[in-house]
Structures are given as structure tokens and as C-alpha cells.
Ligand binder design. Sequence first.
Ligand SMILES: NC(=O)c1ccc[n+]([C@@H]2O[C@H](COP(=O)([O-])OP(=O)(O)OC[C@H]3O[C@@H](n4cnc5c(N)ncnc54)[C@H](OP(=O)(O)O)[C@@H]3O)[C@@H](O)[C@H]2O)c1
Length: 240
Amino acid sequence: MTDRVVALTGAGRGLGLITTRILLDQGMTVVANHRSPSPDLVRRQDKHPDALHLVPGDVGEEETAEALARRAKEIGGLDVLICNAGIAKDQPLVTTPARDWDEVHRVNLRGAFLATKHALRQMMRRRYGRIVYVSSLAAVQGNPGQAIYAASKAGLHGLSSTVAQEYGGYNVRSVVVAPGLLDTGLGAALAPEVAQRKIDRALLGLGGAEGVAATIAFLAGPDADYINNTVIRADGGLAY
Ligand SMILES: NC(=O)c1ccc[n+]([C@@H]2O[C@H](COP(=O)([O-])OP(=O)(O)OC[C@H]3O[C@@H](n4cnc5c(N)ncnc54)[C@H](OP(=O)(O)O)[C@@H]3O)[C@@H](O)[C@H]2O)c1
């Protein structure tokens, strides 16, 4: 059990919701951002009225990042930020409208940048911080049909590595988790042939979001304090 304060984006459903549940079960206090109304999250709050704090808002807007950091400060100070909110608009690159590029980058990359910026100010003052970026295997090796998604997620790797170096002197660590195909939202929405191609290449097949959420929760906890500036692949092991 640990009493850390963790801010997490995109907690309304999927991987973010499962991670929230695990963090709460481990005794952490969670400041959970959600965009749409989430009955699941509200039910969680009924169960953990003191430990779960909801911050609605679009991660692409700076006010959301400010509100997340402010709420964490009010309840004792931010220890961990998990940038999980993400979207995809999969299609062949040659027919991708520029507005789809902009929107995916606005949520996946600008959202993480803003959350990081406002979290870091607090972490620097506190001389402690840990940031976990939820990326994707697509960022590591690309994936046909996912050019804009892969590019936006790859941006997180540069962001994370730079944060680790620029703020290491303030005792801030930063890591990326790159899941393979999961059984939640974005994974479930992939075209069947794209999904099957990924499943065929993973030694362990389709990933369970539950297991990846547990990895993220581990990285948020004190036992992961010596893990820094790296990409943790949670992809079931690639066969080729
Ligand atoms: N599922 C996979 O196979 C897979 C594989 C690799 C990486 N990932 C990554 O894992 C993370 C979670 O994915 P998932 O499978 O849980 O997907 P999901 O079920 O679609 O959940 C995505 C979450 O992000 C939130 N979100 C989207 N845009 C937002 C915005 N502008 N502001 C605030 N929140 C926003 C969504 O909120 P709403 O409910 O309002 O839409 C939702 O709660 C993503 O970053 C994804 O890229 C997933």
C-alpha cells in the first residue's frame, strides 16, 4: 500500500479506468481526468470518496492541465502523472486529411505536453516526480494505417526522454509504456485484418488491458523509482 497522489488522463474508460481501479486498490489517491461523462468512474468515486477526485475536461485545453495539477496540489501534492488519454484516426496516409493529423496530435501529444508542463512545476518545487506516458508499439515500429497515430505517440518518446534529462536534477523520472494490441477501446476498434496481423506477431497473442494497467501502476509506485528514461514494451513479445 502506498499513499501517493497520482494524476491520470483519460480515466473514463478502457485502460485508464482499469489503471485507476488498480491504483485505488493499492491505496493511492487518484486525480482522474475524463472527457465524457463516465458512470463507471462515478461508481468508483462512490466506493472511494476520499481517494478519487474527478477532473472533467479535454486534455488538449490548457485549463484541464491546470485543473489537474491544482487539484493534486490541494490534496497534498502531485507525485505521479500518467498521460493515458489517446485517440486514433486510422487510414492510409495518402488520403489522410490534415485536420485528422491535427486532432490526433492535439489530444495525444499536445495533451501530454500540457499535462507535463503543469505537473512539472509542482514536481520541481517538491523535488520529486514520476511521469508515465502511455504510447504504443506503433510508435516503435510503425503500423500500416496508423501513420498519424504512430507519429503522435513517437513524439511522446522524445518528450519523455527530454523530461528525464531536463528535470532529473529535480528528482523527476520519466518513462514510456508501449503496449501492443489490447482488448480495450482503440485496440478493439482496429480493422480486423490489422488486428489479426498484430496478434499473429505477438508471442502471447492479444494483450489484456488488465495486465498493462498493472504495469503502469507498478511504474507509478515507489518500487519503480530506479526506472528512468526508457521505453517499457508491453506487447506480448514480438515473434519477428
Ligand atoms: N487499446 C489498445 O490496443 C492500445 C494499444 C496501444 C496503446 N494504447 C493506448 O492506451 C491508451 C488508452 O487506450 P484505450 O484502449 O483505453 O482506449 P479508449 O478505451 O478509447 O480510451 C481512451 C480514453 O481517452 C480519453 N480521451 C480521448 N480524447 C480525450 C480528450 N481530448 N481529453 C480527455 N480524454 C480523452 C477517452 O475519453 P472519452 O470516453 O471521452 O472518449 C477515453 O477515456 C491510449 O493512449 C492508447 O493510445 C491502446
